[in-house]
Every structure is written in structure tokens, then in C-alpha cells.
Design a protein around this ligand. Structure first.
Ligand SMILES: NC(=O)c1ccc[n+]([C@@H]2O[C@H](COP(=O)([O-])OP(=O)(O)OC[C@H]3O[C@@H](n4cnc5c(N)ncnc54)[C@H](OP(=O)(O)O)[C@@H]3O)[C@@H](O)[C@H]2O)c1
Length: 247
């Protein structure tokens, strides 16, 4: 049985990933504040934890215990996909509420850091291949005014992947680690960007144009690209990647 732990499973890219993983007969542990509303096909298994990843430490501790209780011999592969992410209401940093900034960093960077640590520690002795995917963004690799906390979280995630990949490469059966930009996807996050006040967010018109021009992937298309990337035999050879321009 293939096991995937996935954050942000209730909507958008995460919901499409959950559906496709279940359709492939996987066992999925889904973590978000709301449970994904989804049919579970025969042969697959969905375990849902409703948790706020702005408070990730207890969730990471629970994950370590849950993994320790699994029968590792029955698991053919173990994957953690850190997919949950949030943008603050688009506006300059100085006009953004402190609580929104804290939430964006906690969900977008602190949670992946803690969950990754728990996953790697709890599965260190497992014989199966282990993969750790961080869902990043082009905005981890370039700046965008109006999204400073998001850009900072994704850049942090990218360099987390680079450093962690070095650690895992030095271990006999280290996990593959990749921070992957998933392209531009028609989800609530895009709605938030193109629905923003153009007076506070100069890029609003560009996001509106992406939608008007039909240039967004559906969540299903993006999920399929991401799962294709995860299945590559050379997964982890390069810790930074972008689904755009990858076969
Ligand atoms: N959409 C794009 O164009 C795009 C582009 C580049 C990168 N990405 C990245 O792709 C990933 C998925 O994005 P998306 O567009 O699918 O976003 P989305 O539609 O806004 O969904 C975000 C997911 O994160 C979860 N989440 C948010 N806050 C949470 C919290 N405090 N605790 C637990 N879970 C939380 C949400 O679940 P609950 O609300 O149930 O908690 C939801 O399932 C993100 O990392 C995003 O940065 C997206």
C-alpha cells in the first residue's frame, strides 16, 4: 500500500490531489481545517484530521505518533505533500494586519518545517522509498508587491528544500526532497488575487488577465502534473523544480 500525507486537502489543488491519490488506491492522511468532501473508492483509504496548521506543533507530534503506529512492512512508499498555503489579503506589508502575516508564515513555512521533521524522524527506519514534496510557487523565486509574507514563506520553503536535500542525500536511505512550483491554478487563492483592490495591489489586473485569457490550470490538471512529477524515477535529484517546462 502507498501512503501519502497531504496538507490543505479540503479545497483547490489539495482536494484534486486527494481525489487522484484515492483513485490510484492509496491510503491518504488528509490534514486541513475542514475535511475534504469526497467519495472514497473501494480499495483506497482516507483518514481525515481537521486541524489548524497555524498551530502545527501538536499536529506534528500527533503525526509522529500516528506514523510510529503504522505497520512499516505493509507500506510500499511514504510521501508527505506540504500543500497548505495562504496569502494575506493583497496589500503592502505596512497595511497588512499582524495576525494575517503571522498566519501566512505559520501555515506556509512553520507547519511544513515541523511536519517534515516529524515525517522524516518517524519513518527513518522504514525500508520503503520516502518522498517529501513542498508545494512552492514562482513567488518563492521572484518578489511580488502586495504578497510579501507569501513570497517570504515560499522562498523559505525553497531553501528549506535545498538544505534538507543535502541532509537526506548524506543518509543511506534518505528521502527525496523537492520544492515544486505547481503553475497557476484556478482555485480560491487565484480568486483572492484577482478579486483584490487594485489600489492596494497593482498586480490585480495581471491575475484578472490570466483568468480572462484561459491561462489557468484546473486543480485537476495541476494535480495530475504534480503527481507525474512525484512519480519520476529521478524525483529528488534536483531539490528545486517547476512543473512548467518539465516533461
Ligand atoms: N493557485 C495557484 O495559482 C497557486 C500557484 C502557485 C502555488 N500555489 C500553492 O499551491 C498550494 C495550494 O494552493 P491552492 O490554490 O489550492 O489554495 P486554496 O484553494 O486557497 O486552498 C488552500 C488549502 O490550504 C488549507 N489551509 C489554509 N489555511 C490552513 C490552516 N490554517 N490549517 C490547515 N490548512 C489550511 C485549506 O484548507 P482549510 O481551509 O480547510 O483549512 C485549503 O485546503 C499552496 O501552497 C499555494 O501556495 C498555488
Amino acid at each position: 500500500m502507498h501512503l501519502t500525507i497531504l496538507t490543505g486537502a479540503s479545497r483547490g489543488l489539495g482536494l484534486a490531489l486527494t481525489a487522484q491519490l484515492l483513485a490510484a488506491g492509496q491510503r491518504v492522511l488528509a490534514i486541513s481545517r475542514h475535511a475534504p468532501e469526497i467519495e472514497v473508492p473501494a480499495g483506497a483509504e482516507l483518514v481525515c484530521w481537521t486541524a489548524d496548521l497555524a498551530e502545527a506543533a501538536p499536529v506534528a507530534a500527533q503525526l509522529a505518533l500516528w506514523l510510529a503506529a503504522q505497520d512499516a512492512n505493509a507500506i510500499e512508499s511514504a510521501t508527505l505533500i506540504n500543500n497548505a498555503g495562504v496569502i494575506t489579503p493583497p496589500a503592502p506589508l505596512a497595511d497588512t494586519a499582524a495576525g494575517d502575516l503571522v498566519n501566512a508564515i505559520r501555515v506556509g513555512l512553520e507547519a511544513p518545517l515541523l511536519l517534515s521533521a516529524a515525517f522524516l524522524q518517524a519513518t527513518a527506519g522504514w525500508a520503503c522509498p520516502r518522498k517529501l514534496l513542498l508545494v512552492s510557487s514562482g513567488l518563492g523565486r521572484r518578489g511580488m508587491a502586495g504578497a510579501t509574507a507569501y513570497c517570504a514563506a515560499k522562498a523559505g520553503m525553497d531553501n528549506l528544500a535545498r538544505a534538507l536535500a543535502l541532509e537526506e542525500a548524506a543518509r543511506p536511505q534518505g528521502a527525496g526532497v523537492v520544492s515544486l512550483a505547481p503553475g497557476v491554478i484556478d482555485t480560491d487563492m487565484q480568486l483572492q488575487l484577482r478579486g483584490a483592490d487594485p489600489a492596494r495591489f497593482a498586480e490585480q489586473k495581471n491575475f484578472a488577465a490570466l483568468k480572462a485569457g484561459g491561462r489557468l490550470d484546473t486543480p485537476e490538471q495541476a494535480a495530475a502534473k504534480l503527481l507525474r512529477y512525484l512519480a519520476r524515477p529521478d524525483f529528488g535529484a534536483e531539490p528545486m523544480a517547476d512543473v512548467r517546462g518539465t516533461p
